[in-house]
Ligand binder design. Sequence first.
Ligand code: MCA
Ligand code: AMP
Length: 494
Amino acid sequence: MNLYATFRSRFAQAMQAPAFIDPDGRIFSYADLDELSARFAALLRMRGVQPDDRVVVQVEKSIGAVALYLACLRVGAIYIPLNTAYTPAELDYFISDAEPALVVLSKPREVAAPHMAVLGEQASSPFWAEAIAAPADEAIAPRTPGDIAAILYTSGTTGRSKGAMLSIGNLVSNAETLVKLWGFGPKDVLLHALPIFHVHGLFIALHCAFLSAIPCIFLPKFDAAQIRALLPRATVLMGVPTFYTRLLALPEFAAADCASMRLFISGSAPLLAETHRAFEARTGMKVLERYGMTEAGMITSNPLDGERIAGTVGYALPEVSLRIADENGKHLARGEPGVIEIKGPNVFKGYWRMPEKTAQEFRADGYFITGDVAIENEDGRVSIVGRAKDLIIAGGYNIYPKEIEDVLDAVEGVAESAVIGVPHPDLGEAVVAIVVAKKDAEPSEQELQAAAAAQLARFKHPRRIIVTSDLPRNAMGKVQKNVLRQTYADVFKA
Ligand code: MCA
Ligand code: AMP
């Protein structure tokens, strides 16, 4: 069982059908994708990449990047995609942790790995050009469902990023479930504007498309006006809540734009009930909100046919056992808020080379502790009401305050800092840093931003830095972030 072989078995009957359509209407067929991925597979093998070797990839979104992902599956290598916004310092950490056989980047750079290759957005970029010239290697490595197909890094509250190991079985079962649950069929066209270095754009969107042998209109990034122009050629859009608030911000966006659309899906961050209602008022369509996590793919979903309720994330997927528990893992009664714990074929195989961290995140009976706080109502519908983890989600990107606090605390003149997420009209939440200066010191905002810029990806930089004399603490001496979140809740209000 190889994940690529599973995809191929689905689109084999439709090889000449489009896999990707670019905004100008150019078509890249499933046959083209099959061939390009076989050529990339040849290059991987030529560079000595073996089954279970890691391949770290930090490149712009392109069809070539998708073919490279599929080539890793063909070879049985473990694919590790990284956010293109990561700085060299962040990239070096991932390389040292993953110990890849090959690193593929957008620009050449020295890396601590046996091989480095450069893949641009165009077929003329070096690795892509080399692939086109290489003889295709059609071989597909035999794999088992428990084999790891990909590692996706997700940050931890302790600062160090953890690599979530996703098996072939995890990915296939989740994608098969979603194809059925969301009613994908041969007439669908998926509008794809998400990045492909996260579970949402890479696995949820692309796997549903490949298993259904349907085309993706493949866009390098999200642009509201472009999406509006392309909606009449599509049937399904998957996005983060910012997609929907930005579409609604276009005064001309209207029901007529959505005439061919059958489904708008939102996830990765909470969709405000007011956005859900405003979208329905404007288009007559209810966004289908679902909830997921890197470690488990999709976990719950509002129904395709039943009622989609604003502010809820729907029901546990058919294969997922979900319970709401207190901090000791005690199962709580329906209606009581607690942490979501889950079990099922979608739940990952653990954190790469972190057996102790993995063990901490699971209960003795095998349930994974998500850290999301929710209420389950009498009929099993889940509403997320908070987070037990110190996490900010801005525009669908996860940001761990500890990582930013560590950088700010190291700046001369800083005594301590607290980083929080506060409501933001475009991103849902945005990063605010509250900094306490040492006695007689006055660290400037410029110095603090420069420290962030040197080490952290742009999306993690504080959008506002507030220097204050002290931080609110509880009786145990712990910083009360909830108090800070209340104090600064209106910082981004217009
Ligand atoms: C870009 N910037 C951001 C973000 N994106 N800052 C904070 N949070 C962000 N998400 C920065 C840029 O570097 C830029 O910096 C400035 O903000 C303005 O950029 P803009 O052009 O407006 O941004 P954009 O390129 O339009 O991107 C916004 C976006 C994008 C469309 C919301 O971030 C996006 O596609 N997000 C989706 C993320 C995602 O796929 N998440 C899924 C992971 P400067 O000011 O210097 O110019 S979660 C997951 O996979 C689980 C399983 C799940 O449930 O789905
Ligand atoms: P990631 O680790 O990037 O996969 O992000 C997963 C986290 O995103 C979850 O643990 C939730 O906190 C959050 N999330 C995903 N979907 C939703 C949703 N529909 N509503 C609220 N939070 C969500």
